[in-house]
Write a protein that binds this ligand. Structure first.
Ligand SMILES: [Zn+2]
Ligand SMILES: [Zn+2]
Length: 246
């Protein structure tokens, strides 16, 4: 999960911090071993999601046809079984890195290797654990596309249905603070909201992971929005209680 959130998403896709290229390579192999496909595929779909959020060209929005439960199921995984699974354009920066491009094309090898290693260490029991953990992780990641575009708060003004959803944040190590992410895509910290006109920081294990990498010299130039920018983007909220002057 950390490789998906911290490397595929916040590093390779959004460049919310800088890291040595080998961190991208290792992180991509780990993310691919979790069945998250390759870095070019992942970034291509995710950039399209940000460019066309909840519009027709968004591959996995719960708000384009079909609606309702069908929309939830579509965004949660059915889209992967359609031709929308194949991106029309791959990101040039990832494609220009020979190693990342190779990992992208051979993304299934780390996945198969992890299954084989699991079987080699602990037989069918470990192979079962491999399938279970991979399946749980898949659904965890998919909740960002489904639940975090349906249920939750919208403390920031965006042109989409992105939400801050604490359950999704719990499952995905901080990626569920998705409304903040759509408002500030380049922020390495996603656990941020606005309460009573104040900036409030929320649990964000992926950001802690990036800070830990920074401590060991593996991450730098972390991008985090200034509080003035956060407040400027905050949605106008009606006060919960207005005292009577009578
Ligand atoms: Zn989104
Ligand atoms: Zn994103």
């Amino acid at each position: 999960m950390l490789a998906t959130t911290g490397i595929y998403h916040r590093l390779i896709t959004h460049k919310s911090y800088q890291a040595p290229v080998w961190v991208k390579w290792v992180g991509s192999v780990v993310a691919a071993s979790a069945g998250q496909m390759g870095p070019s595929w992942w970034k291509a779909h995710h950039l399209a999601h940000h460019l066309h959020t909840d519009q027709v060209l968004d591959s996995h929005s719960p708000h384009t046809a079909p609606r309702g439960v069908g929309g939830f199921l579509w965004s949660h995984g059915i889209w992967l079984l359609s031709r929308r699974c194949f991106p029309t354009r791959l990101p040039s920066d990832v494609e220009n890195d020979r190693v990342l491009r190779m990992i992208d094309r051979l993304h299934f090898i780390p996945l198969i290797a992890l299954g084989a290693i699991s079987y080699g260490i602990g037989g069918l029991e470990y192979l079962g654990a491999f399938f279970l953990s991979t399946t749980l992780l898949f659904h965890g990641v998919q909740t960002v596309n489904s639940l975090a575009h349906i249920f939750g708060a919208q403390p920031f003004a965006t042109d989409d249905q992105s939400r801050n959803n604490s359950l999704v944040a719990l499952l995905t190590l901080g990626e569920g603070w998705h409304n903040l992410h759509h408002a500030f895509q380049a922020s390495s910290r996603q656990g941020i909201t606005i309460r009573d006109g104040q900036v409030v920081y929320l649990p964000d294990p992926t950001f802690r992971f990036v800070k830990l990498m920074e401590f060991f010299g593996l991450a730098s130039k972390l991008r985090v929005p200034a509080e003035t920018d956060l407040l400027a983007r905050a949605k106008h909220q009606e006060p919960a209680y207005v005292s009577s002057s009578l």
